[in-house]
Design a binder for this molecule. Structure first.
Ligand code: FAD
Length: 477
C-alpha cells in the first residue's frame, strides 16, 4: 500500500507543455509529490528515430518545459533507455503511487503504451491516461456503421456534431517540496549538432517551447487571422500561423488554439478551424492504419511502377530540379526546417508524378528535415499527394509547377528569396527561366546549365509518362 507521500509520475511525450495538460492537472489534484519524466528511447528507436530537425526542436522544447515546470515547483527528470525499463525503474525507485500520461494514437505508440501500462499493473502502480492532444478521440468519431472515415468532409461533420471541444485547463498550482530524483543532463543527449551554421539559422527563425507557441498564436490571431483564407496559399507572404512544430510537440494544445478563435466568424476563421480538422483527420487515419509511413492506404498502389531514380531524387532534395518554385521550396526546407503548405504540395507532386519516385522517399526526406515532422501528418499528406491515401488527390491530377508558381508567387518574391541566382529575372518568367530570351538571361546573370540547372524533365513529357504509369497500374489491378 503506497504511503501518502508516494509520488505520481507524469510521463511527458508529445505534450511538452504545462498549460492545458490533463495528465499534469490530474497529478496535482492527487495532492502528492510529482515527478515529471521524459524518456529518450534510442534503443528501440520508437516509433522511428527522430529526424535531424525534430531532434533540434526537441532540445529547445525540453529546455523550455524544464523552466516552466520549475516555476510550479516540479523538477523534470530526463532518462534515456528502453521506455518500459525506464518507467518501471523510476516507479520502483520512487515507490510511485501512479503514472499519468496523455494519450497517443499511432498504433505503434498505442502498443508501447499498453506494454508500459501492463508493466505498471504488475507492479501495483495505478495508470491514468488522459485525452489531450486531439480535439476528438479517433475512436469516438465513427461512421453510422461504427467504422472509420476515409473521407474528410463527413469525418469533420461527424466530429463537430460531437459538440464543442472542452475549454483549456488552468495551469497547475505551485508545488512545494519537490522530490530529488537523478536524471540525465539534456546536453548529454546531444540532440543538437555542435557548431552548426544550419542550427544557428534555425535558432533565428524559431523559438521552440510553450512560450514561443503562445506568442505565435496570439500574434496570428491578432494580425493574420483576418485574410487567412486567401493568404494561406501564398508562400510569398506570412499568411499562416506557423504553429505546426509547436503542435507537433504538444507545446500548445488544439483546445487552446480552438478557443482562441472560437468567437471568430467568417471564412477566415472557418478555414483555419478546418485546417485543424485536417490534422484531426490525419491522426484518425494513422490510428486506423498501421505503418502509415510505409504502407499505402489504398493497397492497389502497391503495384505502382515507381522508378529507382537516385540522381533525380538528389536533385530534388538539393533544390536543383530547374523548376524554380520546387527548388525554392526544397531550399526553404533546408534553410528553415519548414516549407509552406502550398509548396509542400507542389514539391511532393513533382517528386511522385514528374519524377515517378516512390512517395516514401520524399516522406523520409521531409521526416528528417522538417521541424514539424509528424508521424500522422507527414505520411498522410504524402499519401494524399501520391494518390494512395485516404481522400487523396487523384493521381491523374498533376500540378503544373510553372502555373502553380505564377498563381501563388505572382511577383516571384518567394523564388527570389530562396533561389537568389534567379533574382534578376522578372515575373512571371522567373517561374520558367528557359522561356526567357538570351539577352535578358545574360542581363540577369543567369546561364542555364551553369548558374541554374535546365529542367530535369520536360513538364508535358513527364505528365504523359505519369499518366502511362497510372494506366499500367489500372491494367495490372
Ligand atoms: P496553418 O495554415 O496555420 O494551419 C494551422 C494548423 O493546421 C497547422 O499548424 C497544422 O497543425 C494544421 N494543418 C494545416 N494544414 C494541414 C494539412 N494539410 N494536414 C494536416 N494538418 C494541417 N504538417 C505537419 O504538421 N507535419 C508534417 O510532417 C507535415 N508534412 C506534410 C507533408 C506534405 C507533403 C504536405 C503536402 C503537407 C504536410 N503537412 C505537415 C501539412 C501542412 O503543410 C503543415 O501543417 C502546414 O504547412 C503548417 O503550417 P502552419 O502551422 O502555418 O499552418
Amino acid at each position: 500500500m503506497p504511503s501518502s507521500s508516494a509520488p505520481v509520475i507524469v510521463w511527458f511525450r508529445d505534450d511538452l507543455r504545462v498549460g492545458d495538460n490533463p495528465a499534469l492537472v490530474h497529478a496535482t489534484e492527487a495532492g502528492r509529490p510529482i515527478i515529471a519524466l521524459y524518456v529518450l528511447d534510442l534503443i528501440s528507436e520508437f516509433p522511428r528515430p527522430l529526424g535531424t530537425a525534430t531532434r533540434w526542436w526537441l532540445h529547445g522544447s525540453l529546455e523550455s518545459l524544464r523552466t516552466s515546470l520549475l516555476r510550479v515547483g516540479i523538477p523534470l527528470v530526463l532518462r534515456c533507455g528502453p521506455t518500459i525499463d525506464v518507467v518501471r525503474d523510476l516507479a520502483e525507485e520512487t515507490g510511485a503511487e501512479a503514472v499519468a500520461w496523455n494519450r497517443r494514437y499511432d498504433p505503434a505508440a498505442v502498443a508501447l503504451d499498453n506494454e508500459v501500462a501492463n508493466a505498471m499493473h504488475d507492479l501495483g502502480v495505478k495508470v491514468v491516461t488522459c485525452a489531450a492532444n486531439l480535439l476528438f478521440e479517433p475512436s469516438d468519431v465513427t461512421t453510422k456503421a461504427g467504422g472509420s472515415f476515409r473521407v474528410f468532409t463527413p469525418f469533420w461533420r461527424a466530429a463537430l456534431q460531437r459538440g464543442a471541444p472542452r475549454v483549456p485547463l488552468p495551469l497547475p498550482s505551485d508545488r512545494s517540496n519537490p522530490l530529488k530524483v537523478s536524471g540525465d543532463e539534456l546536453s548529454e543527449w546531444t540532440l543538437r549538432p555542435a557548431q552548426s551554421e544550419w542550427a544557428h539559422k534555425l535558432s533565428r527563425v524559431w523559438q521552440p517551447g510553450e512560450q514561443g507557441a503562445l506568442e505565435r498564436l496570439s500574434e496570428f490571431v491578432d494580425r493574420r487571422l483576418n485574410g487567412y483564407a486567401r493568404a494561406r496559399d501564398r508562400p510569398d507572404r506570412e499568411g499562416t500561423s506557423r504553429l505546426s512544430p509547436h503542435l507537433r510537440f504538444g507545446e500548445i494544445s488544439p483546445f487552446q488554439i480552438w478557443h482562441a478563435v472560437r468567437n471568430r466568424q467568417g471564412e477566415d476563421a472557418d478555414r483555419f478551424r478546418m485546417e485543424l480538422g485536417w490534422r484531426e483527420f490525419n491522426h484518425h487515419i494513422a490510428f486506423h492504419h498501421q505503418d502509415l509511413h510505409e504502407r499505402n492506404v489504398q493497397p492497389r498502389f502497391d503495384a505502382f511502377p515507381w522508378r529507382e531514380n537516385e540522381s533525380s531524387l538528389q536533385e530534388w532534395q538539393e533544390g536543383r530540379t530547374g523548376y524554380p518554385i520546387v527548388d525554392a521550396g526544397m531550399r526553404q526546407l533546408r534553410e528553415t526546417g519548414w516549407m509552406h503548405n502550398r509548396v509542400r504540395m507542389i514539391a511532393a507532386s513533382f517528386l511522385v508524378k514528374h519524377l515517378l519516385v516512390d512517395w516514401r522517399e520524399g516522406e523520409r526526406w521531409f521526416w528528417n528535415r522538417l521541424v514539424d515532422a509528424d508521424p500522422a501528418n507527414n505520411p498522410a499528406n504524402w499519401q494524399w499527394a501520391a494518390g494512395s491515401g485516404a481522400d487523396a488527390a487523384p493521381f491523374f491530377r498533376i500540378f503544373n509547377p510553372i502555373r502553380q508558381g505564377e498563381l501563388f508567387d505572382p511577383e516571384g518574391s518567394y523564388v527570389r528569396r530562396f533561389v537568389p541566382e534567379l533574382a534578376g529575372l522578372p515575373a512571371p518568367q522567373i517561374h520558367s527561366p528557359w522561356t526567357v530570351g538570351e539577352q535578358r538571361l545574360k542581363d540577369a546573370g543567369v546561364t542555364l546549365g551553369k548558374t541554374y540547372p535546365h529542367p530535369v524533365v520536360d513538364h508535358k513529357a513527364a505528365r504523359e509518362m505519369a499518366l502511362d504509369a497510372l494506366k499500367d497500374l489500372r491494367n495490372s489491378s
